[in-house]
Ligand binder design. Structure first.
Ligand SMILES: [Zn+2]
Length: 187
């Protein structure tokens, strides 16, 4: 049973529906009259959020897109991925709507103040038995990765075969904060 009532064209009213098939349009069945019809899936609405990220003595504005209803809390981790800048992992230090609050849904927030943490997210694809396993880990931004070196992540032991940088191109040696993706082959 779906949580919200849906308008049934046969009953001419909002009724309970069961989900038959989900997709870009959901196929649903009215519980009252058994009419099967499709309904548009409501796209998750995103808002633009201004995040002032402080890093030691510097503070810089970033802009991110985030689901309007997502609740942010002081102390939470927030991944700041402004497409025009680098990606930083932060901790929320303060939230402002029309006043300072300790938590609020994204759509009501005017500014987020966040502290850059030393950790950065790193995506790794490990190739094993004809399949690629995607891994995502959090590592120190200045940790150095090198093609040819062996690593162990989440039980996967692999050798790094390729690294793509956040900017352009690939590298043999790079710091985690500059890496967009690491490819590895399982050992
Ligand atoms: Zn109906």
């Amino acid at each position: 049973m779906l949580d919200d009532q849906i308008f049934c064209p046969t009953c001419g009213a909002d009724t309970e529906h069961a989900l038959i098939k989900s997709g870009q349009e959901n196929l649903v069945r009215c519980v009252e009259c058994e009419t099967v019809h499709s309904v548009q899936v409501e796209r998750e609405r995103l808002v633009n959020l201004k995040v002032i990220v402080s890093n030691d003595e510097r503070s810089e504005p970033y802009f991110i897109k985030i689901p309007a209803k997502e609740v942010l809390r002081v102390g939470d981790e927030l991944l700041v991925d402004d497409p025009a800048k680098d990606v930083v992992m932060t901790e929320i230090a303060s939230l402002e709507t029309d006043r300072r609050v300790s938590s609020a849904p994204a759509e009501t927030i005017k500014t987020v103040w966040a502290r850059a943490t030393d950790e950065v997210p790193l995506r790794i694809s490990v190739y094993r038995n004809g399949k690629t396993h995607p891994l995502k880990i959090s590592v120190a931004g200045d940790e150095v990765f090198e093609v040819g070196e062996a690593r162990k992540v989440d039980g996967f032991k692999f050798v790094i075969v390729k690294m793509k940088l956040r900017g352009e191109g690939f590298a043999e040696v790079a710091e985690a904060k500059d890496i967009q993706r690491v490819w590895g082959r399982e050992l």
